[in-house]
Design a protein around this ligand. Structure first.
Ligand code: NAD
Length: 498
């Protein structure tokens, strides 16, 4: 059903808020199933206008001292904090996260603004005097030009904030293309940075789908592309972008394994596992989607996990009156896909230890709900074991020993995160050393890195060379220049000789 008042979803190009008359795709409130906005579908001409605006703004922004750029980001951080509740409501409204989850994700995003505020020191270069007699050498970090960010639906504020604050702190200008499923929070983020005093054209926002993305990643005036989304699209973006001469970092999907050893602290492991699997309704690239229960740990683990899953209250996240533990999935289509994967597991011989498919919410019969689901005795050959589910579904696979668990995790094509719960330092060390995943947790369920560390996915979870966040991202958004200098005529003599 369409709401009477649709939330506006403008483009932001060259400092102007534009509402071109384009066909739109529906943006839902997943809690109720209502259409709350229409996301305009931009194409090559809208992209061209945004990239041209970013290119025109680049020379002046590049020459703005880093400390002034940082000062602006400090103001931006302050404005995001002042508008924190409004932004969180917007995230919960268009995505379906609980308010607690929206707050957590916005804090993670703000930490990226805080990191970018360090631009004056992050952009230090190196100098070596006398690389040869009377010759000095220095490296300086210079911006690339116009950078582009293409973001997924599952973190409407955090993922855009992974990208544009640091890119502009480094002196680049930026075009953001948020997910067409959740474009509204990105618009609010742009409104706030405009309020902070960002010059026109330094940040631009365009909306659309495949056509819009294709125009962005092949535009001759774009220097670099940051992408976060599913693996097939990440791979396509990396291939197409690099072929067009762009620098590309593309984060993909994931399937993250959590090993539970027989010596693990069971109650704490269960608590962490339930949060890892069902937090944000499982719509996280770092969701702990498969428990590898080793030896004697399995039966007690499943029993306690089922108790934890049954206690999770599912409900509407679009009202601050009474918040649930878990909200809906982003669209009906996505919810049905997740349900279909659970059904495939059942058909292929797995056991449903906890079935969330019957979950409904009394005052929101059309919301996109699915309760916490646990599928036991999953085997590697099953579709459910191979495909990224991206919903509140925890697979349990039973393992004989740690070696088998590590081998199982390592056969996955993905490589985002992997965790172990154990009280043995030796087992933890072995796991950390051998597991093929870029972010490892030891007695930590979701080892997603904070702003100062790179988000180091491996395998099909990342295409590119320099990761998002931290020092690697500073390298990504800059190019190094080395200058070798010799001045003739220095005749002062050797002041060191007595
Ligand atoms: P998606 O790949 O469908 O979409 C991501 C972006 O790409 C969107 O802006 C979308 O408009 C665009 N897009 C979609 N299909 C396209 C196509 N064929 N050609 C060009 N552009 C296209 O991803 P999603 O469903 O929005 O997000 C969920 C996925 O993102 C999951 O796979 C999740 O694991 C992944 N993700 C990864 C990370 C990470 O850091 N590794 C973080 C968050 C989400």
């Amino acid at each position: 059903m369409k709401s009477a008042h649709l939330v506006p979803c403008p483009f932001y190009v060259g400092g102007e808020w534009l509402r071109p008359k384009l066909v739109g795709t529906p943006v839902y409130n997943p809690s109720t199933g209502d259409v709350i906005a229409e996301c305009p579908v931009g194409g090559a001409s809208e992209v061209n206008a945004a990239v041209e605006a970013a290119a025109a703004a680049f020379p002046a922004w590049r020459d703005t001292p880093a400390i002034e750029r940082a000062r602006l980001l400090f103001r931006y951080r302050h404005l995001v904090e002042e508008n924190f509740d409004h932004l969180c409501s917007s995230i919960s409204l268009e995505h379906g996260k609980t308010l607690v989850e929206s707050r957590g994700s916005l804090y993670r995003g703000m930490e990226n603004i805080e990191y970018a505020c360090g631009a004056p020191t992050l952009l230090f270069g190196d100098t070596l005097e006398n690389i040869a007699r009377n010759v000095d050498c220095e490296t300086t970090l210079q911006p690339l030009g116009v950078c582009v960010g293409i973001t997924p639906f599952n973190f409407p504020a955090m993922v855009p904030l992974w990208m544009f604050p640091l890119a502009i702190a480094c002196g680049n200008t930026f075009v953001l293309k948020p997910s067409e499923k959740v474009p509204l929070t990105a618009v609010l983020l742009a409104e706030l940075i405009e309020k902070a005093g960002l010059p026109k054209g330094v940040l631009n926002v365009v909306h659309g789908g495949r056509e819009c993305v294709e125009a962005l990643i092949t535009h001759p005036k774009v220097s670099a592309v940051s992408f976060v989304g599913s693996s097939p699209v990440a791979r396509y973006i990396h291939e197409t972008g690099t072929k067009s001469g762009k620098r590309v970092q593309a984060n993909g999907g994931a399937k993250n394994y959590i090993v539970v050893m027989p010596d693990a602290d069971l109650p704490r492991s269960v608590e962490a596992l339930a949060t890892a699997a069902f937090g944000c309704a499982g719509e996280r690239c770092m969701a702990g989607s498969t428990a590898l229960a080793v030896g004697g740990a399995a039966d007690a683990l499943v029993t306690q996990l089922v108790d934890a899953a049954r206690s999770i209250k599912v409900g509407r996240t679009d009202t601050s009156m009474s918040q649930p533990d878990m909200g809906p999935l982003v669209t009906a289509e996505h919810r049905d896909r997740v349900r279909g994967l659970v059904e495939s597991g059942e058909r292929e011989g797995a056991t449903l230890a906890c079935d969330g498919r019957g979950t409904s919410v009394a005052d929101a019969p059309n919301g996109f709900y699915l309760g916490a689901t646990i599928v036991d005795n999953v085997r590697e050959t099953m579709t459910l074991a191979r495909e990224e589910v991206f919903g509140p579904v925890l697979n349990v696979m039973r393992m004989e020993d740690l070696g088998q668990a590590i081998e199982t995790a390592n056969r996955s094509s993905y490589g985002n995160g992997a965790s172990i719960f154990t009280s043995s330092g030796a087992a933890a060390r072995e796991f950390k050393h051998r597991v093929k995943a870029g972010m490892v947790g030891i007695n930590v369920g979701v080892p997603a890195t904070m702003a100062m560390f790179p988000f180091t996915g491996w395998g099909a979870s990342f295409y590119g060379d320099l990761h998002i966040q931290g020092r690697e991202a500073v390298q990504f958004y800059t190019q190094q220049k080395t200058t070798t200098t010799r001045w003739f005529g220095g005749t002062v003599g050797d002041v060191w000789r007595k």
